[in-house]
Ligand binder design. Structure first.
Ligand code: HEC
Length: 117
């Protein structure tokens, strides 16, 4: 039967898999693309706490984003990326929730680049 399967690969696998464009960078329905503007009132600790709460599912050490962000030493270097990804509604991908006020705080923190950790 294997030969038949190989000859008729499509038939053996049934319908072709649905395009896997699901979670990767799907914009959150509630997110509005915005300009990243620095908000110096958002502390490193606040940003770190938000990222640990909201992004740990993928951004832990060895997590599926392959981009750990849960330590301030690494998060601090990624802050402009954070501002861009969040203001562009690319992160977090659906269906991970991120309330608008928390998104705004993380963008405001990320957009301040002067504090290199
Ligand atoms: C459902 C999984 C998931 C969640 C939740 C998630 N991310 Fe991501 N993130 C990814 C994946 C996968 C990538 C790498 C692929 C890509 O670049 O789009 C990524 C990439 C990034 C990058 C770019 C890293 C680089 O330099 O390539 C940043 C910054 C980022 N995420 C920030 C965040 C922040 C902040 C949160 C929480 C508010 C978050 N992500 C939540 C999956 C996730």
């Amino acid at each position: 039967m294997l030969a038949g399967c190989l000859a008729l690969l499509g038939a053996c696998h049934g319908a072709p898999p649905a395009t896997t464009a699901l979670a990767r960078s799907a914009p959150a329905a509630t997110c509005k693309v915005s300009e990243p503007v620095c908000d110096p009132a958002v502390s490193d600790d606040t940003a770190l706490a938000l990222v640990r709460r909201r992004c740990a599912g993928c951004h832990a050490e060895g997590g599926k984003a392959q981009h750990p962000l849960l330590e301030l030493s690494v998060l601090g270097k990624a802050r402009s990326d954070v501002a861009l990804r969040l203001s562009g509604c690319e992160m977090p991908p659906e269906p991970t929730p991120l309330p608008a006020d928390e998104r705004a705080r993380l963008i405001g923190w990320g957009a301040c680049t002067e504090i290199a950790k």
